[in-house]
Every structure is written in structure tokens, then in C-alpha cells.
Design a protein. Structure first.
Length: 246
């Protein structure tokens, strides 16, 4: 009974803006979580990032609360929160952000890839490894053509063709979307240097996989995850968010 009373007093202090970060930091984790669930996205992020253990708080939040923070603050301003999220939370946010109906938005993928790469190599590699590979391959297929691969490169036509770039003289790239050329090369260079297994998998997929099959598989993964959260597969996240906040 005393715990509930204390929690209510704490929530009241947060609502009136009189709870200091130092006071919040001294609360038990369960009281911190009760308080956070009563705050809007901006206040929630501020309290979390001022806490001595922000990662614990972020990873204890429900999926929708992570999205609430990012939706209200904007992806760039909520990047510190995004970096602390679990793989499941990351995928949930992107399931809501990257899709327009049954179609993946290349512009949205590019926006999020730029943000991910801006976090530094270690965090970027961790976040990239948590994404469905199909999403990355879909982005690459929209921006580059890949040749080479497992064939005998020395004798293949690919080796003697005109290509824009190669990192390894095994896979060759022609860039056909200049808008995203810098982003694409930055992404692939990082993976080539630091996660060659993922780099090779993406190159093979970009060269050989069909776009329709990639989108179907990515859509199935997304639908399954949304269903686990009780959400429809073609959710309009902005409208659903507005409904949840009312």
C-alpha cells in the first residue's frame, strides 16, 4: 500500500515538474517504470537519459513507448534512446517507420541507415546486425547493380566490364542512384572491413534475389512481429499513434 502511495506521489511530482533527476535516480526500478509510463515522449527521454542506468530503463519499456519517444522527438533527437534499445525494440520501430502499406519506403530506409551509420562503427554494426537482411538488400537493389561473386572472376565477363567500384575484385558495383551513392558506399565499406560475412551475404542477395520475393518475406516477418503486439499488418502508424494518445 505504501509503495502505491509513494508511486502516486512521485507521479504527481513529475506532473508538476518538481521531481529532480537526482530524486528519480534514487527510486527503485519498478517505481521508475511506473513513473515513465505516465510521461510524454520528451519527458520520458529526459528522465531516462539523466538516470545512471538508462539502458536498463529503455530496455524495460514496452515497444510502443519506445516508438512514442522517437515519434515525438524525431529520429535524430531520439537517437540516444534508439541506440540503447533491444533488437526487438529496434525492429518494432522500423516495422512502423519503413513501410507504406505493403511497400517498403526506400527514402525511409535511407534516412534510418544514415542515422545508424552516424552512431559510430561499433553501434552501427550492432544495429545493422539486428535488422532483417531483406531490408538491407531491398535498399541495395534500389541503388546498385552487383556483378561477380562466386564465379571464376578472372574468366568471367563481369571482370572485363565497366564497373563503378569494387572493394575486393570479387563483387563489382554499378551505382544507378546517385542520391544514395555516398550512403551506399559508406555502408558497404563498413561491412566489408568489419563484418565481412554480412557484406558477402548482402552482395550475393543483391545480385541474385528477386525484389518481389524479398518484399514478401520482409512483409511476413513484419506481420508476425506486429501480430505479436496485437497490431494489424498494414498499420498506419501515425493514425494509430494519434488514437493511442487520445
Amino acid at each position: 500500500m505504501r509503495t502505491i502511495e509513494n508511486s502516486n506521489k512521485t507521479i504527481a511530482k513529475i506532473a508538476e515538474g518538481s521531481l529532480t533527476p537526482a530524486e528519480f535516480a534514487k527510486l527503485p526500478v519498478n517505481e521508475k517504470m511506473d513513473c515513465l509510463l505516465h510521461l510524454d515522449g520528451a519527458k520520458k527521454a529526459r528522465m531516462i537519459l539523466d538516470d545512471p542506468k538508462p539502458e536498463l530503463l529503455v530496455q524495460s519499456l514496452p515497444m510502443w513507448d519506445i516508438y512514442q519517444i522517437i515519434h515525438e522527438l524525431g529520429a535524430e533527437n531520439a537517437l540516444d534512446i534508439f541506440q540503447l534499445a533491444t533488437p526487438e525494440q529496434v525492429r518494432f520501430v522500423l516495422d512502423l517507420e519503413l513501410w507504406e502499406g505493403w511497400t517498403i519506403s526506400v527514402e525511409e530506409i535511407a534516412k534510418w541507415l544514415e542515422l545508424i551509420l552516424s552512431t559510430g562503427d561499433a553501434d552501427a554494426l550492432r544495429l545493422l546486425s539486428e535488422l532483417d537482411q531483406e531490408l538491407l538488400i531491398i535498399f541495395l537493389k534500389q541503388t546498385v547493380t552487383v556483378g561477380g561473386g562466386l564465379d571464376d572472376i578472372i574468366n568471367s565477363e563481369d571482370h572485363h566490364s565497366d564497373w563503378d567500384h569494387t572493394f575486393d575484385e570479387v563483387f563489382f558495383l554499378n551505382i544507378h542512384d546517385e542520391e544514395y551513392s555516398e550512403l551506399t558506399l559508406k555502408l558497404l565499406e563498413l561491412l566489408y572491413n568489419e563484418d565481412h560475412k554480412l557484406y558477402r551475404s548482402l552482395m550475393l542477395g543483391t545480385e541474385s534475389e528477386l525484389m518481389a520475393e524479398l518484399e514478401e518475406m520482409a512483409g511476413q516477418f513484419r506481420s508476425g512481429r506486429l501480430a505479436d503486439e496485437g497490431l494489424p499488418p498494414t498499420i498506419d502508424s501515425a493514425k494509430y499513434y494519434a488514437r493511442e494518445m487520445n
